[in-house]
Write a protein that binds this ligand. Structure first.
Ligand code: ATR
Length: 281
């Protein structure tokens, strides 16, 4: 007999470290839903075979999450992808719709929803005075640029060690984004309303440049998508200089919401209980 429970997966290589089973497991239990969410361990070259099985129905999943290094392959292999996935160039969430396998990317949503939670004043009040400084132009930076443009930032200064990567993104994202060499960040911070670190600097306490956050606009906010440690050195420095800070851990929790709703039909909430549980689990 067919199992009535709905099932979802997370896959990546490696996948053991993923917090996603804990997050979705918490919601399934909390909302009393008959479903499972589990990590699927694949070989590094096993993703296309897995997608073929999903398409043929050989594996019974409503959909799932895709993490490193399969996000770009997922982008190529799904039947359909939405506008956000197209812009970000990577798929982190797969779901079924009208018999097709659809791909989206929920990182931009997760980033914005985390700031809405921790620092709701982050959204520009006026299109004329909304400057953001983005540090880093790697894969993660795309979702952040998408979220900032959608929120209404009209001046986004993108700093990267490798200038050409920042220039490529600036070309793609249009006139609100300008690429700069990394050593000019202090100049860019003057009167900026928001600073976002999207680079891997500061992860596990590695050194970061000592930036002049104090020159940012009144009421400015600094945030970091790195959340190991929770208060990164960028955030520590900004805090010492009197700038409001918002850690990036909630991005991980919020980016999981749309997928859960697609697979299990209920929209879960990111609560303090969930945050504490995942932080300590
Ligand atoms: P992700 O997909 O997680 O963003 P990535 O594509 O490797 O990872 O990008 C990492 C980002 O951190 C890039 O902006 C990278 O700068 P480069 O494009 O010049 O490589 C940045 N980064 C990593 N180590 C850095 C360092 N030591 N100094 C400055 N920037 C660094």
């Amino acid at each position: 007999m067919k199992n009535a429970a709905k099932n979802a997966f997370v896959t990546g290589f490696p996948i053991k470290q993923s917090k996603s089973p804990l997050i979705h497991g918490f919601w399934l239990n909390d909302l009393n839903i008959d479903g499972t969410y589990r990590a699927v361990e694949l070989a590094e070259d096993g993703f296309s075979e897995f997608i073929a099985q999903l398409k043929s129905g050989d594996v019974e999943f409503e959909g799932g999450n895709v993490t490193m290094p399969f996000k770009e392959e997922a982008f190529q292999l799904v039947d359909e992808r939405d506008a956000i996935a197209e812009k970000i160039g990577a798929v982190n969430t797969i779901y079924r719709k009208d018999g097709k396998l659809c791909g989206t990317n929920t990182d931009a949503y997760g980033f914005a929803a985390n700031l809405d939670d921790l620092a709701p004043q982050w959204r520009p009040k006026s299109q004329n005075s909304s400057k953001a400084v983005v540090f880093g132009a790697g894969g993660a930076s795309r979702a952040i640029l998408f979220a900032l443009i959608e929120a209404g930032f009209n001046e986004i200064a993108l700093y990267n060690r490798t200038l050409s990567r920042a220039e490529t993104l600036a070309d793609e994202f249009g006139p609100s984004v300008t690429a700069y060499q990394i050593d000019g960040v202090d100049h860019g911070l003057k009167n900026a309303d928001l600073f976002v670190n999207t680079s891997s600097l500061g992860m596990h306490g590695t050194p970061v440049p000592d930036l002049n956050f104090a020159s940012m606009a009144e009421g400015a906010i600094a945030t970091d998508i790195v959340y190991h440690p929770l208060k990164t050195k960028f955030l520590e420095n900004a805090d010492k200089q009197g700038i409001a800070i918002a850690d990036g851990f909630g991005m991980l929790l919020h980016q999981a919401v749309p997928g859960f709703e697609h697979w299990f039909g209920a929209r879960p909430k990111v609560t303090k209980t969930l945050r504490d549980k995942i932080l300590n689990g």
